[in-house]
Design a protein around this ligand. Structure first.
Ligand code: NAP
Ligand code: GDD
Length: 336
């Protein structure tokens, strides 16, 4: 069994490569040309005889075609490549569109042009696509008098960033190639997922990395403060290692479909700060954190909390790590 992963050098790509190699797959991962070494997360795989790193950029259709032609015995294709940073997408909307939106069309069209219907395709869709949209749990409202908000596969999309708009286009394109061309193409609508391999400019890792550096400095009084933006947003945070299992499970189904992958719990950035600082015995973090408007976004996603009933029922997927486990795992990694 051979699988191709685009975005192998990223957080999820590296976890997915680990998972597939454990399951006995041969894995072909793509990398693009960058000016610094981008293989930090997959260093442990570079000498694995079942792992091959090949050059491709998903904005360059011919490079995608070369990979597919050379590896036409692949049975699964996971597209995890993206300009994945929401704040950056406001600064580089065109580039974000080219990679995160149009890049996906390049892959899907190439699969059709090469008549590779035997390849099952996974698209990394995102809870960011929901943006300002949510549904409410009327049933709970009737019981306890509060209206719980959530998003699932039936919630409409109301994207709030160039990134989310590009992801929506890619999501609908994936659906079109499934319905229109009969491709086994599934999209995982994944809520935020984190871990020690998370990029250092996403809020969770930015916090745990700062705590790690602060602790390693001997908790110096002169240590520069942690500068953050909006602390009031809610996110449904899970562990990346759990979420890549959901991706694999989707491609093991006879019928392609779309699934939400999430924990079902939501927490603010403040709550993340509470748990993270408490883990290094700091009860009051206010002196260490500065709110800097530089990190505010032109439009924000205020509230994300997923409902994973479909993934539980149809895939048998459940998250294994709690919010507390996740925060502690990341702080422990960064303090050591
Ligand atoms: P990540 O760490 O930022 O990784 C993104 C990957 O895409 C990197 O390997 C990057 O390569 C690669 N890439 C960027 N531009 C490319 C291009 N033009 N051609 C080929 N590869 C390119 O992101 P992640 O957290 O692992 O997320 C994986 C996917 O899931 C992304 O599509 C993301 O949008 C989506 N997603 C993530 C989350 C989450 O919470 N993590 C939630 C929902 C959806 P370099 O290493 O060279 O930069
Ligand atoms: N990055 C960042 N940096 N975010 C901050 C900061 C900061 O200094 N301060 C506050 N935040 C807030 C953001 O405004 C946002 O509300 C929240 O923290 C989470 O930001 P990120 O960690 O950057 O993640 P995201 O939710 O915008 O996007 C991530 O999750 C999406 C799924 O919902 C990315 O992984 C996307 O690729 C993914 O699709």
């Amino acid at each position: 069994m051979k699988a191709i992963i685009t975005g192998t050098t990223g957080q999820d790509g590296s976890h997915l490569a680990d998972l597939l190699l454990e399951k006995g797959y041969k894995v072909v991962g793509t990398t693009r040309r960058v000016s610094v070494d981008n293989t930090e997360r997959i260093k442990h795989l570079l000498n694995n005889e079942n792992f091959e790193l090949v050059s491709a950029d998903i904005t360059d259709g011919s490079s995608v075609m070369n990979v597919l032609q050379k590896h036409d015995d692949a049975v699964e294709f996971y597209n995890l490549a993206a300009q994945s940073h929401v704040a950056e997408s406001f600064k580089q909307p065109g580039l974000t569109w080219d990679i995160t939106g149009k890049g996906v069309l390049n892959i899907l069209q190439t699969l059709i042009d090469l008549n590779m219907h035997h390849v099952k395709f996974y698209q990394a869709s995102s809870s960011e696509m929901f943006g300002a949209s949510f549904d409410t749990e009327e049933d709970i409202y009737k019981k306890i008098g509060t209206m719980e908000k959530y998003q699932d596969e039936n919630t409409k999309f109301l994207p709030q960033s160039p990134y989310a708009i590009a992801k929506c286009a890619a999501h609908y394109m994936t659906r079109l190639f499934r319905e229109g061309y009969g491709l086994h193409a599934s999209a995982g609508i994944l809520f935020n997922h984190e871990g020690p391999r998370r990029g250092e400019t996403f809020v969770t890792r930015k916090i745990t990395k700062w705590i790690g550096d602060f602790v390693k400095s001997g908790r110096s009084d002169n240590f520069p403060q942690l500068r953050l933006g909006n602390l009031e947003a809610f996110r449904d945070w899970g562990y990346a290692g759990d979420y890549v299992e959901g991706m694999w499970m989707m491609l093991q189904q006879d019928k392609a479909d779309d699934y939400v992958i999430c924990t079902g719990e939501t927490h603010t950035i403040r709550e993340f700060l509470d748990v993270a600082f408490k883990h290094v015995d700091i009860e009051d973090w206010s002196q260490h954190v500065v709110v800097d408007p530089k990190f505010y976004r032109p439009a924000e996603v205020d509230y994300l909390r997923g409902r994973n009933n479909k993934a539980k029922e149809k895939l048998g997927w459940t998250p294994k790590h709690s919010f507390q486990d996740l925060v502690k795992l990341m702080v422990d990694h960064d303090t050591k």
